[in-house]
Design a protein around this ligand. Structure first.
Ligand code: SF4
Length: 208
């Protein structure tokens, strides 16, 4: 059943991304709002109360992104939800998935720092979770994001227990002034022990 009251705010919709955040050609739909405050956030508009957002229902978003249906079908692409934190909008994403072309991939760029109910709501149909782990060390995480990572660990356990490791690409950044390659290796070991194997290790680019 469609829910016309299922509105969400978006800070941007970015078309024709090729093999950047999911397979094939994707459109990135970036939600407003994020529970974290990362020191080097590059999307700070997602928590700026003065930003002008697009407010859309799933049906309205579908109408906007439908223009690339043939690209998505030809390249095994689809939609990537980012932000901000997309998993806080699990109800919106679930409804979008129900009405969009079923062959489209739905990817999620997330910190996983949300209640597990949100992840449970979308995990079955999501093609890929691109998870910005930051660091598994809770002291480093707290210093960098101003939040604790208990929910991140809980959600990783949920995904592992349900055998969703194949759907997860885990990003392990070197964060200048916060962690080291040795910390990254420790995070990787913890995650490998949980059955995850697809890692993306890189250094955050900091613009000054
Ligand atoms: S999780 Fe992403 S959007 Fe949120 S504060 Fe961190 S970098 Fe910014």
């Amino acid at each position: 059943m469609n829910n016309e009251n299922n509105y969400a705010k978006f800070i941007g919709i970015n078309r024709h991304r090729i093999n950047r955040d999911g397979k094939g050609v994707t459109t990135l739909a970036a939600f407003y709002s994020c529970p974290l405050r990362c020191r080097y956030c590059i999307n700070s508009q997602c928590f700026d109360p003065n930003i002008i957002c697009q407010t859309l229902t799933p049906k309205m978003l579908l109408k906007k992104v439908m223009i690339d249906d043939l690209y998505f079908q030809a390249t095994d692409g689809g939609i990537t939800f980012g932000g901000g934190e997309p998993c806080m909008q699990s109800r919106f994403i679930e409804e979008f998935h129900r009405i969009c072309n079923p062959v489209w991939n739905i990817n999620i760029e997330t910190s996983l720092n949300v209640k597990t109910g949100h992840i449970a709501h979308i995990a079955e149909f999501v093609s890929q979770f691109i998870v910005d782990i930051k660091d598994m060390n809770s002291t480093i995480y707290q210093a960098y994001t101003s939040a604790d990572n208990n929910l991140v660990t809980k959600n990783l356990q949920f995904l592992a227990q349900h055998g969703f490791q194949d759907k997860c690409r885990l990003r392990l950044p070197l964060i200048k002034g916060y962690n080291t390659f040795s910390d990254i290796e420790k995070s990787k070991t913890l995650l490998t022990d949980m059955g995850f194997y697809n890692f993306d290790i890189f250094e955050y680019k900091i613009s000054k």
